[in-house]
Ligand binder design. Structure first.
Ligand SMILES: [Zn+2]
Length: 305
């Protein structure tokens, strides 16, 4: 049986997923890809089902309440679509208790809603939220450091954190914006030596003692004044084009700012921070970039403006 399990594992891992970057729909391969295995024999059917339900896709908290008892053993990754808004955080709750071996949670939000605090719906029960090793969140409407604070409080065992959304939080003006550059940036910028995060992101991630990788995917447009295409001597970590254009004209401030970024303290196990860039036209961005949410961004910083 163990050999069969290995073979099925090998077979199912080779099935390509459906566009993982596409939000609010399952990226699991279709069941038809598993079907021939499932009808071959009783033992293979069992193993095919186990493999198929390693990732469980759910559009509603109710879906989690009536799952098969076996999911407790099979499901390692939960992929949830949450279309709610910050205006009604509670009492809606995604109850993770049926998934005792869960390692990864992916949450896809509705980018047209204010949703930055909605991850608070996913921390129950506490012992399962605490054992999660990977969190992937798509389409946070307002990726200010407050989101990072919610994450570090709700999921203290994280090793990998991935955030993917249109906007970026600028550590100079403390506002979430659509990034623009002079030309196309590289597909990714990876930081190993320096933290590579806005200072307040790093600060709120500090309690995550096992966190070793952070990946941030943002959208960008052209028409900005700064280029990241040749080198990254700015040690760019989300600064918006308006700030770079205005505040980096003086060499002294620019040098001091870059120097400060190089000395930001790392969360204890952090090894790499990777920024991914995807080109998008501003008119295709669903989030209203001028619409700051109630409560605003964090304006409590003493030294960043
Ligand atoms: Zn800015």
């Amino acid at each position: 049986m163990e050999l069969l399990r290995e073979i099925v594992h090998y077979y199912t891992k080779a099935i390509p997923p459906r566009e993982p970057e596409k939000g609010r729909q399952s990226y699991k391969p279709p069941w038809s890809a598993f079907e021939s295995l499932a009808i071959a024999s009783k033992a293979l059917r069992q193993l095919a089902l186990e493999s198929w339900f390693e990732v469980y896709f759910s559009r509603s908290p109710d879906d989690l309440l009536h799952v098969w008892p076996e999911f407790e053993l099979w499901t390692r990754e939960l992929h949830c679509v949450e279309l709610g808004t910050d205006l009604q955080i509670r009492p809606v709750q995604w109850d993770l208790r049926a998934f005792r071996r869960l390692c990864k949670l992916r949450v896809d939000f509705d980018p047209s809603q204010s949703n930055a605090m909605l991850l608070m719906r996913f921390d129950h029960p506490r012992h399962i939220a605490s054992q999660l090793q990977e969190l992937e969140v798509h389409d946070v409407s307002w990726p200010s450091p407050m989101v990072l604070r919610v994450i570090s409080q709700a999921f203290p065992g994280l090793r990998i954190l991935k955030l993917s959304q249109d906007l970026v939080w600028c550590n100079l003006c403390n506002i979430c914006r659509f990034a623009t550059f002079k030309d196309h940036p590289p597909d990714e910028i990876a930081y190993v030596k320096f933290v590579g995060l806005p200072k307040h992101y790093a600060m709120y991630l500090m309690p995550l003692t096992h966190l070793h990788t952070v990946e941030l995917t943002i959208s960008y447009g052209l028409g900005g004044s700064t280029s990241l295409s040749k080198n990254n001597d700015l040690v760019w970590t989300g600064e918006c084009d308006a700030c770079m254009d205005m505040m980096f004209t003086g060499d002294d401030f620019k040098r001091e700012w870059i120097g400060r970024k190089k000395t930001i303290e790392k969360p204890p196990s952090l090894r790499s921070v990777i920024w991914h860039f995807r080109h998008k036209n501003l008119e295709d961005v669903i989030v209203d970039v001028d619409d700051e949410p109630e409560g605003g961004a964090d304006h409590d910083e003493e030294d960043d403006t």
